[in-house]
Write a protein that binds this ligand. Structure first.
Ligand code: CA
Ligand code: CA
Length: 191
């Protein structure tokens, strides 16, 4: 494994920025960087969806594809320049994006107000994006059904899944538009 700092891609200044934004320590960031470069087979400096799906934990997770999707529709990524216009979705993520997304999975620490990425609100947003397949900020029955199907596989009949999805939407849907908004989603998970 080469020294990543000498590669010029990960400078001390970048590490400090990332540290401050995500709450990871410099050591953790360097470890994530070697993970990132090992996934970046062609040394392009960014990862595609296929690269991420090569992560074993994601490859065997029935929700792996959805998790990867949430990586690429991350709110922070949306504000950067190199997004694909047609879907408002990135095709590749660079190292800071990669770390930002992983920061969502860090446990919530008490009294750590400065790291907002792993706040409860951010975690909920990330979970919401896993369900919101078309990115319109609403979860429709079909989207819920799709994710339920991935989670339970073939163990439950399609009929039962439909009834679970319908019941879930009914219970969450306060404004009766037959879809779950982010606010409605948060209220359900608070119970
Ligand atoms: Ca949707
Ligand atoms: Ca609704």
């Amino acid at each position: 494994m080469g020294n990543c700092r000498s590669s010029g891609l990960l400078l001390d200044a970048n590490i400090r920025d990332i540290e401050e934004e995500t709450g990871f320590t410099a050591n953790q960031i360097e470890r994530l960087y070697s993970r990132f470069t090992s996934l970046d087979k062609q040394h392009k400096g960014h990862l595609t969806r296929d690269d991420l799906l090569r992560i074993p934990e994601l490859a065997i997770n029935p929700l792996g594809d959805r998790i990867v999707h949430a990586f690429f529709t991350d709110g922070h990524a949306r504000s950067t320049n190199d997004i694909s216009e047609k879907e408002g979705m990135r095709e590749v993520i660079n190292f800071p994006d990669f770390v930002r997304v992983l920061a969502h999975f860090r446990p919530i620490k008490k009294n750590s107000e400065k790291n907002k990425l792993n706040s409860r609100q951010e975690k909920l947003k990330f979970a919401f994006r896993m369900y919101d397949l078309d990115g319109d900020d609403k979860i429709k029955k079909d989207e819920l059904l799709h994710v339920l199907h991935l989670m339970v596989g073939a163990n439950i009949s399609q009929e039962q899944l439909v009834s679970i999805a319908e019941r879930t939407i009914q219970e969450a849907d306060e404004d009766k538009d037959k879809m779950i908004s982010f606010d409605e989603f948060c209220k359900v998970l608070e119970h």
